[in-house]
Design a protein around this ligand. Structure first.
Ligand SMILES: Cc1cc2nc3c(=O)[nH]c(=O)nc-3n(C[C@H](O)[C@H](O)[C@H](O)COP(=O)(O)OP(=O)(O)OC[C@H]3O[C@@H](n4cnc5c(N)ncnc54)[C@H](O)[C@@H]3O)c2cc1C
Length: 408
């Protein structure tokens, strides 16, 4: 088992520098344009695919890094480049993780390659869980999956919302209710293969930030998928449902939910994205403070400015430490007894929001304009206290984990 270390090995440094080069040379120059266009940045995704940065091989390699640092290191660099373009490249990973964590080896081998495609024919994937009335309250989900035994098919009906790559993805992973009596324990995940009739894109959302990333509703109108599209398989689902029913009959013992454990493991990846945005804004602010002269001296000569930069850098390093700790815990199979994954996402998300606001303040009027990138970074950072569990929900999870009290 890998020991926790803050020192990247030679291979990791090589990969980090390679991604940094792409972020600096390809993403940074394109960021403002795609933010304005608010469209999927296909040329940038294709460029990433061409060099192997948008590929199943690359992500699998980072995912399997025994130190756990491959994914956070990758995402920090990509999102340092730009968050909207970063999510356009990394969004497929959300759906891929859903298959990696819940699918059988055969399902992983069949579907994950189709989520990425190859450099000549790039594909995307979407993970669809949220619904108009089921955001934080996942148990309120209404999308139903009904098994048609005669044809060994599942029929999916409902509306998903805010899905990254929703409707433009080739492969959709859809979470649906198979037993409404069991709340979130009665959910299962399904693959909807490319071009399946009945799946369509609803409204595409215009957003405050991460505007190069596509976010839309996904409408499922009697979508029929073969039995083998149920992630994990029917036998495993039946066993899980039987256990959940038994627990419910005994008085509803809650226990730890498998989905919760998956979230704990995936949240540090989102935290790493937030660290990348914060670091980018901090660097712009540091440069600016050194060169902007007011009252006859660089503004960094004022403690009021320099101390802000000191706080920004301290928070960013602390956020990275929490992200790396949780990523290492996930990779080495440690249990998240104090919701360390949620801690990392909470702190990193709040850090991105605070640090980008401070950066904007340090740049003064320039910071508020689109002549400088911190205005965009501030808009991009705002989502990091909302998606993948809001900051309030992270606090709820942490408070429950550390206290053992079912706090509401
Ligand atoms: C750009 C974007 C991309 C997204 N991508 C995806 C995706 O790919 N797939 C997907 O499935 N979803 C996605 N989402 C959905 C996202 O995960 C949800 O928006 C998020 O979980 C919050 O749900 P909600 O918006 O319904 O807020 P609500 O749950 O309605 O919350 C509203 C407010 O109430 C607070 N609140 C709610 N309950 C409690 C409580 N018990 N205690 C204290 N405060 C509470 C929240 O913290 C929040 O401040 C995306 C959203 C956006 C905006």
């Amino acid at each position: 088992m890998a020991e926790f270390t803050m020192e990247l090995n030679e291979d990791q440094v090589g990969v980090r520098d390679w991604i940094h080069g792409f972020a600096a040379d390809v993403m940074r120059p394109a960021a403002a344009e795609w933010d304005e266009r608010e469209e999927t940045p296909w040329p940038v995704i294709r460029e990433a695919a061409k060099i192997g940065l948008y590929s199943l091989d690359f992500y699998a390699q980072q995912f399997l890094d025994p130190t756990g640092l491959g994914i956070p290191m990758t995402l920090e660099e990509l999102f340092w480049g730009d968050a909207g373009l970063g999510l356009a490249i990394a969004g497929t990973g959300l759906a891929a993780i859903g298959v990696f964590t819940n699918g059988t080896d055969e399902q992983i081998g069949t579907w994950v390659p189709q989520m990425y495609g190859d450099a000549n024919d790039v594909k995307l994937a979407a993970f669809c869980s949220s619904e108009p009335d089921a955001g934080s309250d996942v148990a309120a989900m209404r999308t139903r999956a009904v098994y048609a035994e005669a044809t060994d098919e599942w029929v999916l009906t409902g509306t998903k919302t805010w899905a990254t790559n929703g409707g433009i993805a080739d492969v959709h992973v859809v979470v649906a209710v198979v037993d409404p009596a069991l709340g979130s324990r009665g959910h299962a995940s399904f693959i909807v293969p490319p071009n399946t009739p009945g799946l369509s894109q609803g409204q595409k959302f215009k957003k405050h930030g991460i505007r190069a990333s596509h976010t839309a509703e996904v409408v499922l109108d009697g979508v029929r998928v073969p039995g083998h599209c149920l992630l994990g398989g029917k036998e495993k689902l039946d066993e899980r449902l039987a256990r959940a029913r038994e627990r419910a009959a005994k008085g509803g013992e809650r226990g730890r939910n498998a989905a919760m454990a998956t979230f704990e493991a995936s949240r540090p990846a989102v935290g790493a994205q937030a660290v990348g945005i914060a670091r980018a804004a901090y660097e712009v602010a540091l440069d600016y403070a050194r060169t902007r002269v007011q009252f006859g001296r660089p503004i960094i000569d004022n403690q009021g400015v320099a101390f802000q930069l000191a706080d920004m850098r301290t928070r960013i390093d602390a956020a990275r430490l929490l992200v790396w700790r949780a990523s290492w815990m996930a990779a080495t199979g440690k249990s998240f007894t104090s919701a360390e994954g949620s801690m990392s996402k909470l702190f990193a998300g709040e850090t991105a929001k605070t640090v980008t606001a401070q950066a904007m303040q340090i740049l003064g009027g320039n910071g508020y304009t689109r002549e400088y990138p911190v205005e965009r970074m501030h808009r991009d950072a705002a989502i990091y206290t909302i998606f993948e569990g809001t900051s309030e929900i992270q606090r709820l999870v942490i408070a429950r984990a550390v206290s053992g009290v079912p706090i509401r």
